[in-house]
Design a protein around this ligand. Structure first.
Ligand code: BGC
Length: 769
């Protein structure tokens, strides 16, 4: 061997080795860490009884938040017996310490518990709902929001958050559309990865890092008719091309755990679906973490018709489920199944190992109390800095849907504003869905925010104007917690009259209307997605005055807004902005921040158009203009959405040049560059989300009319121009074909760059293999 080495190659070799060294060091270090972890866990598991192993698979709720219809009892005893592996819905250092001590000091093997919670858009300091965070198109802000949530959550003893929710949703009736990032698989993946990074940080062992839990695996957003917990039926092509990418992106970002979904996937409930949890997630995608069920979703496999609790628990374990949330199916049946040969010791061991590995990766075996620090609890929660970050994120999340005659921004002094609507002087509904640690009393209402900015310089004439809803049945369903929606002492007619009086005294009307907190989120599907009637009646009475109406719209989903679009002068869509709601809204209304949010979900004109999404397939008889007969359309409504994906206005306006390409004929792995010049043509500085879409008009399968492939958010001073260049490689042209092979196909592509999915400049290229 020696004779082959000469001086020169050795020199080359050492240069190359130097370059590779950091990488190979990192790989070697990871291998050593994994080997250490494996040895530690194997050693521990040798000492564990079957009961102790099964105990690790049992996740119970601590009851500080009710997120399902059954709960667990006797938790302290369960912990001491080693029958519980983790607790969720329990936080605060005192509470967590008590339980952790019971586990660490009170059990034979001192195995720590893992503490989880639904920290969905902030823990104590609440950020905009996830759908709102997605409309910022600012991945750094999203990552920061997740990091702040992790800091606050760990300051209260938590190790694990049930987020990000990455379910693609194309149906605004589904209330949980509020918890995701909208309808685009690529962008959904980007947001998912940013959140995972924000939660888990550089190492899950850090005191301020939590383990992410990607949910709901899989396809939960495809519920038929938008009805919560309903059946999903989907082709593999749709799964692979549209619904699965965000889960995969979250996995590739390093997410430590996954949660199985309530629905069936190809006929088999996700929680007991071997194809999903083992073949796809672990074998195809290489997931190394653990999978927890959703809340009693294991028990619900029986309702799906797969057998009694013992049968479905065995099925789920064999399918690759590692931890059972709340339902105690694993706890109460696995030992019997083992004795009867229905599951194997190896299967129980595998699930137990994965749960223990998660605890190890979090550093809980080194220090089970690592996040139980009363000092941090006092100083790191709801700090000024956290609130400021929440306000800035909220401002960036607002989408200006309409702004006729540049009515916005409003003047900060002079004149008068009628501030009306049930969400104007309201703290309760500022936070939105899923705010277990959120304290609505600490949120800023819209009226407070406006007063912070204008003080006495603008006369504010306030009237509530309407109830959130006058419909008694609807109200009852919304009030699953006490006092969420209430009726005013005044009659609806008197309230409207007050609003009209306030409006008559004012130059302009700001109506703060829309959905209250409990109208979206889990178990909050709606068949009518308009603003509730009580509020519409108020708006209609106000419209008769002929004064300009600015609608500040609260919503956990796209709403149908055709009347509002026709009759309001401006609509600012604010979702549910979080703790700093009022301040953020006022900053934008009065022009301290120029709105830059863009929709990540299509807004239909009517619920009858649903599902309506921008990346749909063409039909054989597409309709655009001209005679309608024998074309794909409706007799009574246009095909177009009211507001398309990617849409959102600014106080300024942006002009786009035509696209310049570096070449129009490409081959193989070449890179295409596509450049546009964007000009700020209006009077304000502003941010624009420049969007790149590509169509693949001739392929082996029918491909979407267009697909988002990239974007850049740029800042332009008034009058300023910037060139924006996108680099496009064949990687971005890939899709799953009928054989589920992921590849690109040669041919024509149409590159589209613009301000929304419906407003782009286009250029064609030919790309050969
Ligand atoms: C929801 C999950 C949530 C879990 C725990 C379930 O009902 O679907 O998203 O993480 O409860 O609260």
């Amino acid at each position: 061997m020696k004779k082959y080495f000469t001086t020169k190659p050795v020199a080359y070799l050492s240069a190359a080795m130097l370059l590779c060294l950091p990488f190979s060091n990192a790989v070697a270090q990871k291998q050593t860490e994994t080997a250490k972890m494996n040895a530690f866990i194997s050693g521990l598991m040798k000492k564990m009884t079957v009961d102790e192993k099964i105990g690790q698979l049992n996740l119970v709720t601590g009851g500080m938040a009710i997120t399902g219809s059954v709960t667990n009892n006797g938790i302290s005893d369960g912990v001491k017996k080693g029958a519980i592996g983790g607790i969720f819905g329990l936080y605060g250092t005192d509470n967590v310490r008590k339980m952790q001590e019971a586990a660490v000091k009170g059990t034979r093997l001192h195995i720590p518990l893992i503490f989880g919670l639904d920290v969905i858009h902030g823990h104590r300091t609440i950020f905009p709902i996830p759908l709102g965070m997605s409309t910022t198109w600012d991945l750094a802000l999203i990552e920061q929001a997740a990091h702040i949530a992790a800091k606050e959550a760990t300051a209260e003893g938590l190790n694990w958050v049930f987020s990000p929710m990455v379910d693609i949703a194309r149906d605004a009736r589904w209330g949980r559309i509020s918890e995701g990032s909208g309808e685009d698989p690529w962008y959904g993946g980007k947001v998912a990865a940013a959140m995972v990074k924000g939660y888990q940080g550089t190492s899950m062992k850090n005191a301020d890092a939590v383990m992410a839990c990607v949910k709901h695996f899989a396809l939960y957003g495809g519920a038929e008719a938008g009805r919560e917990y309903n059946t999903v039926d989907m082709s593999r092509l749709s799964m692979y091309n549209y619904y699965l990418p965000p889960y995969k992106a979250a996995l590739e970002a390093g997410a430590g755990s996954f949660m199985s979904s309530f629905n069936v996937v190809d006929g088999v409930p996700a929680t007991a679906n071997k194809w999903l949890l083992t073949d796809l997630l672990r074998k195809q995608w290489g997931f190394k973490g653990f999978v927890v069920s959703d809340y009693t979703s294991l028990n619900e496999v029986s309702n799906h018709g797969l057998g009694d609790l013992q049968t479905v628990s065995a099925l789920a374990l064999k399918a690759g489920l590692d931890m059972d949330m709340v339902g105690e199916g694993f706890l109460t049946t696995l030992k019997k199944s083992l004795q009867q040969g229905k599951v194997t010791q190896a299967e129980i061991d595998m699930a137990c190992r994965r749960v223990l590995e998660a605890k190890y990766k979090l550093g809980l075996f080194d220090n089970p109390y690592k996040s139980i620090d009363p000092q941090r609890e006092k100083t790191e929660i709801m700090t000024e800095a956290n609130r400021k970050a929440a306000r800035i994120t909220a401002e960036h999340s607002f989408v200006l849907l309409k702004n006729a005659n540049q009515i916005l921004p409003l003047k900060k002094s002079g004149g008068s504003i009628a501030l009306v609507g049930p969400l104007a002087d309201n703290k309760r509904d500022m936070l939105g869905t899923w705010v277990i640690g959120g304290e609505w009393e600490k949120s800023v209402s819209v009226i407070e925010g406006i007063k912070h900015i204008v003080g006495d310089n603008v006369k504010i004439n306030y009237a509530r104007g309407s109830n959130i809803t006058d419909d008694a049945t609807f109200m009852k369903r919304l009030n699953f917690g006490p006092g969420m929606v209430w009726l005013d002492k005044q009659s609806p007619e008197d309230m409207i009259e007050d609003a009209v009086k306030a409006a008559k005294k004012s130059d302009i009307i700001v109506a703060v209307v829309g959905e209250s907190q409990s109208m979206s989120g889990e178990s909050s599907s709606r068949s009518d997605i308009s603003i509730p009637e009580s509020q519409q009646l108020m708006l209609k009475a106000l419209a008769k005055l002929g004064k300009p109406i600015v609608i500040v719209l609260f919503n956990g989903r796209p709403l149908t807004l055709t009347w509002e679009n026709d009759n309001a002068a401006a609509i600012l869509n604010v979702w549910a902005p979080g703790t700093e709601a009022g301040n953020a809204i006022a900053e934008v209304l009065f022009g301290n921040y120029n709105p830059s949010g863009k929709l990540t979900t299509t807004f239909p004109r009517s619920v009858g158009q649903i599902p309506l999404y921008y990346n749909h397939l063409n039909t054989g008889r597409p309709y655009s203009t001209g005679p309608t007969k024998f074309k794909s359309n409706y007799l009574d409504i246009s095909n177009d959405p009211l507001y398309p994906f990617g849409y959102g206005l600014s106080y300024t306006s942006f002009g786009y040049s035509n696209i310049t390409l570096n070449k129009t004929k490409l081959k193989g792995n070449e890179t295409l560059t596509a450049t546009v010049t964007v000009t700020n043509k209006g009077p304000y500085a502003g941010e624009e989300v420049v969007q790149l879409y590509i169509s693949d008009p001739a392929a082996s399968i029918s491909r979407p009319v267009k697909e988002l492939k990239d974007f850049q958010k740029i800042n332009l001073q008034a009058g300023e121009q910037k060139q924006v260049t996108f680099k496009i490689t064949p990687q971005q042209l890939k899709f799953y074909n009928s054989q589920l092979k992921y590849d690109w196909e040669a041919g024509e592509f149409i590159v589209q760059i613009g301000t929304s999915s419906a407003d782009t400049k286009n250029a064609k290229v030919q790309w050969a293999k």
